[in-house]
Design a protein around this ligand. Structure first.
Ligand code: NDP
Length: 348
């Protein structure tokens, strides 16, 4: 059975990648930071853990360059078949940091370098590494309001570490673009046995995994849905922000699996985008479909978070990705319905 190492298995996107890999009969070794997160995944897949198709390893901090060394060496020397693929999703995604370099840029860079070096050194059987990058590595902040700018698979965020303190968002964008640059440079210079594919999703929304401990542990990109359902948008809907391109988490996961499986994806940056959305649209969809939350939701008269004026915003083009992946993206309405239902299961 084909063996995959998936880093950051407790994450929002990785949880769906894990489900899809297991459904496709891959053998998966996934990493998490703590024993409690490992136990949640093991409990959710007790049969597969027992049969040896899933194992969960603890890697406490990817900021430590050698974090993956022992694990990768151990997997590579194991008796039950070679490691063929690595999907690296682990990277900090939160917006409450005070020191961008220390809290998000260094972990993102060292995590990327650490996994690539460990695989090159100890696991020559690996054919492909798929890295979760981001639209943050594609966009250019100067062009957010430029209707003549088009972001695509070939666009690169020009910012570097020296720009990281411009804003909290910039700090995160820099962590992603610098770690993606590092990965492509590594493959070019080191010429490892494996090739590289990156997946560069925009705003990822969608249902939370069963192994999420509680709504309080919700990931950063879904926080807006939890805020809406908890009544925080009742008086005014917050601005959507310039990253208003959306993709469902299940499609994001499917893009990772295709990135791993399709020979022709080799060397590509994949930019999966379903549509533009807005906080206003999200609030309307949820109001129309979940009358039981009416008390906490903004009424139709409440302003804010409207769709961007297309004449004052960047364009995007993901034709290359669509041609390669051929996925019918889940529309935002379906995604929001499924997200709210998953949060209801978690007791919101
Ligand atoms: P999550 O916060 O749910 O996942 C991040 C993962 O990285 C978690 O598993 C987290 O562990 C792990 N992690 C973070 N810092 C460290 C560290 N120092 N040491 C070890 N592990 C660490 O967010 P997402 O699932 O949304 O993000 C996954 C990837 O997707 C990231 O690379 C992110 O940049 C990228 N992405 C996400 C988008 C989105 O809208 N969600 C959009 C574009 C890209 P733990 O569970 O313990 O916190």
């Amino acid at each position: 059975m084909t063996k995959v190492l998936l880093t950051g298995g407790s994450g929002f996107i990785a949880a769906h990648i894990l489900e899809q890999l297991l459904a496709k009969n891959y053998t998966v070794i996934t990493t998490v930071r703590t024993k409690s997160k490992a136990d949640l995944i093991r409990e959710a897949h007790a049969d597969l853990v027992k049969s040896g198709r899933l194992s969960v390893a603890i890697v406490p901090d990817i900021a430590v360059l050698s974090a993956f060394d022992d694990l990768v060496a151990k997997i590579a020397s194991g008796p039950d078949g070679d490691l063929e693929y690595v999907i690296h999703t682990a990277s900090p995604l939160f917006f409450t940091f005070t020191d961008a370099q220390k809290e998000i840029i260094t972990p993102a860079l060292n995590g990327t370098r650490g996994i690539l070096e460990a695989v090159k050194r100890s696991a020559p059987s690996v054919k492909r590494v798929v890295i979760t990058s981001s639209f943050a590595a594609i966009l250019s902040e100067d062009d957010f309001t430029n209707p003549n700018a088009t972001f695509s698979e070939s666009s690169w965020n020009p910012d570097t570490v020296k720009d990281a303190n411009r804003s909290i968002a910039t700090g995160y964008h820099v962590s992603k673009v610098e770690s993606e640059r590092l990965a492509w440079d590594f493959v070019k210079k080191e010429k490892p046995n494996f090739d590289l594919v990156t997946v560069n999703p925009p705003l990822v929304l969608g249902p939370v995994a069963h192994s999420l401990a509680s709504v309080d542990a919700i990931n950063a990109s879904n926080e807006r849905i939890a805020d809406l359902l908890r009544g925080k948008w009742k008086a005014e809907i917050p601005e959507t922000g310039p990253v208003d391109l959306y993709i469902d988490v299940r499609d994001t996961a499917a893009a990772h699996i295709k990135a791993l499986e399709l020979p022709e994806a080799s060397g590509h940056r994949l930019f999966p985008v379903a549509s533009r959305t807005s906080n206003h649209e999200i609030a309307k969809i949820i109001r129309d479909n979940f009358p039981e939350f009416a008390e906490r939701l903004p009424g139709p008269e409440v302003k804010g978070g409207e769709h961007v004026d297309e004449n004052k915003a960047y364009k995007w083009n993901c034709d290359e990705t669509n041609k390669l992946l051929k996925i019918d993206w889940i529309p935002v309405e379906q995604s929001m319905i499924d997200t709210v239902n998953s949060l209801k299961d978690k007791g919101i």
